[in-house]
Design a protein around this ligand. Structure first.
Ligand code: OGA
Ligand code: MN
Length: 206
């Protein structure tokens, strides 16, 4: 199966129920290379507590979300991350063609949820900024077991469902429509969390 073949479920999934899951979006070697980066090897050292709200209105609220993040700067990103960003670019081209979207760019952060932390049910679009069109999260957790928790719970109209944060798996969903939450886990939960934008990322924080 080629990489583009793997993207096929995105067309029907996003148009139908607003989400799609792609196993092995990243191959095991690609996941390993990302996990070996200093950022992840150094625990939380280079990460910041994530906030809620947009720009000036940002607040820390551990009752809502407890994850730590580090934004990726694509100009200085290591090759292991570049490989992921290239795949996101291919994904953008695919969904633009399949679903007549006009996605232009992405913004991505590394994410760690320490044990016991969570992110309560929410939507990914901000009230004053609707440029996030699709959310795309790729998990980096090898040998994750259901009893370790940490599921992504999606709330499509057809009924809630849980997705395990297993290494290499990508979940993509409509940022404006699909409510979701992250359940607490018994072990640190790692991912690359991103949004596909209908504007260029360098215009966003001017
Ligand atoms: C988020 C989010 C889901 C996940 O960062 O907005 O909902 O599975 N993440 O990590
Ligand atoms: Mn979210």
């Amino acid at each position: 199966m080629t990489f583009t073949d793997k993207l096929n479920p995105l067309a029907d999934g996003l148009a139908g129920h607003g989400f799609a899951v792609i196993d092995d979006f990243l191959l095991p070697d690609e996941v390993t290379a990302i996990l070996q980066l200093d950022e992840f090897q150094n625990g939380l050292l280079q990460f910041k507590k994530a906030g809620i709200g947009h720009q000036q209105e940002k607040q820390i609220n551990e009752g809502v979300r407890g994850d730590y993040i580090q934004w990726i700067d694509r100009a200085t990103a290591m090759p292991a991350i570049q490989a992921y960003l290239e795949k996101l670019n291919t994904l953008i081209g695919f969904v633009n063609q399949a679903l007549y979207l006009s996605l232009k760019d992405y913004e991505v952060h590394l994410t760690q949820y320490p044990p016991g932390t969570f992110y309560k049910r929410h939507l990914d679009q901000f009230k004053k900024d609707d440029h996030r069109k699709l959310s795309a999260i790729c998990y980096l957790n090898t040998n994750w077991k259901p009893e370790e928790g940490g599921q992504l719970r999606l709330y499509p109209e057809t009924g809630a469902l849980d997705i395990l944060p297993e290494a290499g798996k990508l979940v993509c969903f409509r940022s404006d429509l699909l409510e979701h939450e992250v359940l607490p886990a018994t072990r640190t939960r790692l991912s690359l969390t991103g949004w596909l934008l209908d504007q260029h990322a360098d215009l966003r924080h001017l």
